[in-house]
Design a protein around this ligand. Sequence first.
Ligand code: NAD
Length: 296
Amino acid sequence: MSAEVVFIGLGNMGLPMATNLVRGGLTVMGFDLVAENVSKLVAEGGVQGASLADAVRQAKVVCTMLPASQHVQGVYLGEDGVFAHARPGTLLIDSSTIAPDVARQLGQLAAERGLEMIDAPVSGGPVGAKAGTLTFMVGGTAKGFDLAQPYLQKMGKALYHAGEHGSGQTVKVCNNMLLGIIMIGTAEALQLGMANGLDPKVLTEIISKSSGSNWVLNNCNPCPGVMPAAPASNGYAGGFGVDLMLKDLGLAVENALSTRCSVPLGALARNVYDLHSKAGNGKLDYGSVFEMLSKQ
Ligand code: NAD
């Protein structure tokens, strides 16, 4: 059995993304270290494969959605990995959030083998992945971006070509550094208002129409009870984990060191989430930093 698309990494993001490719009429063969994740894709109409090497050899497109740089390097560069088996002309789409340098290196190695690779990290989280409304930030050649459109359109709404290999990851790193900083600032402002006796709902409403308005305040407010659907109102469950934010801020700080760029607030934010994670909150939504700043 062969499939047009091989999808490697069927976790919180990969499974709903691969499911949307199936719903878009494509044959998708899924691979994951956790057998149960593959079964979930098969239940949605995906295909089970025995050998990754065989699947990659026959595929037109290989998508990956893996935790971090080292996993992506292992899957592409390993002895029995994607580069070893993909036919020239195969399109490779890596949507994991990884270091821009690693994405650049993989893009170059792919080109040397006649493969078209793009880095295509996403914004939108598991909710956007399920709804097929992700934002894709793409790095690679214009040809790679064009070839990927029919596939990305089945998983996302906003598709942007940021520039050469690694550029998609650079945009992602910049975006998430800003998001991490804004969350802490928003939590601080809400705590300060509440310490002065303000109702956080009233405070949120007024700031949302003032110059401090921002995406975090308006969409995933970190104060419990302000937004019933936000992770904060549900014990900080679901959402975007502290450890994932910590990983992304680590990528930002590493990148800033290698480019001699000053990111004082990014570095401070990384340390704040690091302390919060070490206190046992790594799996909670990153908005839980609000509790860390609480007076109690
Ligand atoms: P996850 O841990 O839920 O899923 C990763 C999956 O990869 C797991 O199922 C794991 O078993 C599998 N895996 C690991 N190594 C593998 C290998 N060698 N072969 C096959 N499968 C392997 O993570 P996630 O939340 O889906 O995130 C994936 C990527 O997307 C990360 O880079 C993350 O930073 C990024 N991201 C996540 C979110 C989010 O809100 N969760 C949002 C945007 C971007």
